[in-house]
Ligand binder design. Structure first.
Ligand code: AMP
Length: 144
């Protein structure tokens, strides 16, 4: 069974939600915040997180909050597809350290895939340039 983790209100995404840490925002509504992944696996790699849910994984999120979260994922995925014209889009969600999860506030990755461009490894490498991420986020936001 996947090892459960107690929700830590000081995790990085909780800090971003409180405004205690910066992010390159794409959009937000009552349910979700969408922002750029700072270690992008491809151009446009984005994260969608629930605003209210204090859930670490798919197992502990309230179904209504999950519903708002997945609707947000669809909205942002459509905008990424339109704005960046990838050849495919991966939606990824990790549960538990063993699966590769590193931040324990439930979230979905939206990873555009471009023909001939390998997707980079998860949560590694050098952080992306904030100016570049800001430009991509603006393009995605304009396509919402
Ligand atoms: P996971 O490993 O599924 O928990 O994903 C966490 C993701 O958050 C990784 O893809 C990281 O690159 C990304 N990440 C870590 N810190 C930040 C941050 N401060 N702002 C945006 N993305 C982050």
């Amino acid at each position: 069974m996947t090892k459960r983790i107690k929700y830590d209100p000081d995790n990085i995404f909780a800090k971003i939600l409180r405004g205690d840490m910066p992010c390159v925002k794409i959009c937000e509504d009552d349910d979700i915040l969408a922002f750029m992944d700072i270690f992008p696996q491809s151009k446009g790699h984005s994260l969608v997180i629930p605003k209210r849910a204090k859930a670490t994984m798919i197992f502990d999120i309230d179904p209504d909050e999950l519903s708002g979260l997945t609707l947000g994922v669809q909205k942002v995925a459509k905008a990424i597809d339109k704005a960046l014209e990838p050849d495919g889009v991966r939606i990824v969600q990790f549960n538990g350290s063993e699966s590769g999860q590193t931040i324990f506030h439930i979230h979905f990755h939206i990873i555009p895939v471009y023909a001939g461009a390998p997707v980079r490894p998860h949560a590694g490498g050098a952080p992306a340039d904030t100016a570049v991420l800001t430009e991509i986020a603006a393009k995605i936001a304009a396509a919402l």
